[in-house]
Design a protein around this ligand. Structure first.
Ligand code: PEP
Length: 259
């Protein structure tokens, strides 16, 4: 058994304006029990426009939920129209930032080198980086899933040095499972998590690698959360669609309780 703290992250993507975000978080908090947030971390990643409102709400209601951002720019400041920097996020009490999500890789043509720069910026700015990797359908079907994921991992961690306090998180998200209702089997998720941890150990040493939390993402729902959270090397989940329902996300967070 590891002593890694479980991590449940909701990625709201481009959904919910700041008023709707307040309602969603309030609803979620209503459904969460102390036990749910006692021994695991719960994080929500709203659009940038809702971060300030949720920061205020979390502080005023002393919610045991942390804020994450869905992306960041690798530079601290500059002429980068439309971008948001790590220090700006940190000022809003954002604790985590997702980098290299497959939708950023696809729609913004982000490559591993850029993802690595963002991850380095996050760690230098005292944020925790959630680095996403995952194979496409073709790679899975041709038996090249592990090769593709490990190559992505190496590229996305170029120059990234985690410290001891578990500031690096890897999210394994098979692209064919995101938003499709299809999930990796528990065996495939566990096998890939082991492959990722082995690669991390080769790079950082086994002690550091043991601190890195590995999440699974891809159509996580209340119905499949338990089978994922019992896997030895899967330390949590990154949830898209189901995190937009306070009730479903609360069931995912409360997976240890009877449903
Ligand atoms: C995601 O956006 O990272 C994700 C896993 O989405 P979904 O849960 O909807 O598949």
């Amino acid at each position: 058994m590891s002593d890694r703290t479980s991590l449940i992250v909701g990625n709201w993507k481009m959904h919910r304006d700041h008023l709707e975000a307040i309602q969603l978080l309030q609803r979620l908090a209503y459904h969460l029990s102390e036990e749910d947030t006692d021994e695991q971390e719960v994080v929500v990643c709203p659009p940038f426009t809702a971060l300030r409102s949720l920061q205020t709400l979390i502080q005023s209601d002393r919610m045991a939920v942390a804020l994450g951002a869905q992306d960041c720019h690798p530079e601290i400041e500059g002429a980068y129209t439309g971008d948001v920097s790590v220090p700006m996020l940190a000022r809003l009490d954002v604790r985590y930032v997702v980098v290299g999500h497959s939708e950023r890789r696809l729609f913004h043509e982000e490559d591993d080198a850029l993802v690595a720069r963002k991850a380095r910026a996050a760690l230098s700015g005292e944020l925790r980086a959630i680095v996403c990797v995952g194979e496409g359908e073709q790679a899975r079907e041709s038996g090249r899933a592990e090769e593709v994921v490990l190559a992505q991992l190496r590229g996305s961690l170029d120059g990234v040095e985690p410290r001891e306090d578990a500031d690096l998180v890897i999210a394994y998200e098979p692209v064919w499972a995101i938003g499709t209702g299809r999930t990796a089997t528990p065996t495939d998720a566990q096998d890939m998590a082991v492959a990722i941890r082995t690669a991390l150990a080769e790079r950082y040493g086994s002690e550091r690698a043991a601190d890195v939390r590995i999440l699974y993402g891809g159509s996580v729902k209340p119905a499949n959360i338990r089978s994922l959270m019992t896997l030895a090397d899967v330390d949590g989940v990154l949830v898209g669609g189901a995190s937009l329902s306070a009730e479903d996300f609360a069931l995912i967070v409360g997976h240890r309780r009877a449903i």
